[in-house]
Design a binder for this molecule. Structure first.
Ligand SMILES: [Zn+2]
Length: 287
């Protein structure tokens, strides 16, 4: 997970912009009538997300025609996003673009390798329609993280995945991602695991593991590693010719240090560390 500074985009600014492009005056009136309630709900989200308490918010499971607040339905709240914030010509699209561009190097903060192509609702709009256009609920994301995220709702503090705008500090500065050579095959099979530091609070340990599981990172990192191993094969041969296994291990240690300098919990950091310390890989496995 990579940290992103929380967006400084107010809920009422986005809402006003979205409502401004609605042609149906009846719908405009209905939304205007509940705007104070929507503002309160957004404030509640802001308070809870900072404490990792979003799991306390009730999830809605009814269909799109169900009334959520005042006379406004779930479908109407969802369409604020899909019909008035996403389409290219709508004024609120500028907020969408601003959020989408907030990920450094356009890298998806959830997985740390995919390219940002969309915005992900941290709390899904299907279950939390009131937050469909709330900026701090909209996270730049790759398509796989957006679509592949586990659909199960977080019902405890521990099973909430990490939020890139708010879960900073030890979640990004302390190592919890590890790799190992799982099978001495050709090519080698790499296993990634989330192993949080023992001194962390149990809730934080659970959250990292939930994040790892929800975004299916073990399987997805494994695929990334397979591509990297193919690249390394040729490159490491050069170091092997020079200094055999010790040369390979040293080259991998340098790669590990460089990767770690960028992101401690990056799949490449974990991979290079595992490979540099695997005697079999450094002597024969890399081939
Ligand atoms: Zn991703």
């Amino acid at each position: 997970m990579r940290a992103i500074s929380p967006p400084q985009i107010g809920f009422s600014d986005v809402l006003t912009s979205c409502v401004g492009s609605i042609a149906d005056q009846n719908l405009v009136n209905k939304i205007n009538a509940v705007t104070p309630q929507l503002n309160l709900t957004a404030s509640d989200f802001e308070v809870k997300v900072a404490r990792a308490d979003l799991f306390q918010l009730p999830a809605f499971t009814g269909d799109d025609s169900s009334i959520i607040v005042g006379q406004v339905t779930k479908g109407e709240l969802k369409s604020l996003y899909s019909s008035h914030m996403v389409p290219a010509k709508k004024p609120a699209r500028s907020y969408y673009d601003q959020l989408k561009m907030s990920a450094p190097l356009n890298i998806c903060p959830y997985c740390g390798f995919g390219h940002v192509t969309t915005l992900d609702h941290y709390l899904a709009k299907a279950n939390y329609p009131c937050f469909s256009v709330l900026a701090i609920n909209l996270v730049p994301s790759c398509a796989d993280c957006n679509k592949g995220k586990s659909s199960s709702l977080a019902t405890t503090k521990g099973n909430q995945s990490l939020h890139p705008y708010f879960d900073h500090g030890h979640f990004v500065n302390e190592q919890w991602l590890y790799a190992e050579v799982e099978q001495q095959s050709s090519p080698p099979s790499i296993k990634f695991s989330a192993i949080p530091p023992t001194h962390w609070q149990d809730i934080d340990k659970e959250r990292v593991k939930s994040h790892f599981k929800d975004f299916k990172l073990a399987a997805r990192f494994k695929v990334q590693a397979a591509t990297e191993l193919a690249v390394l094969k040729g490159e490491l041969e050069f170091y092997f010719q020079e200094q055999q296994a010790a040369g390979v291990a040293e080259a991998l240690s340098r790669k590990h240090a460089a990767a770690r300098g960028q992101h401690i919990n990056w799949w490449k950091t974990a991979l290079f560390h595992a490979l540099a310390h695997d005697a079999w890989y450094c002597s024969v496995g890399f081939r």
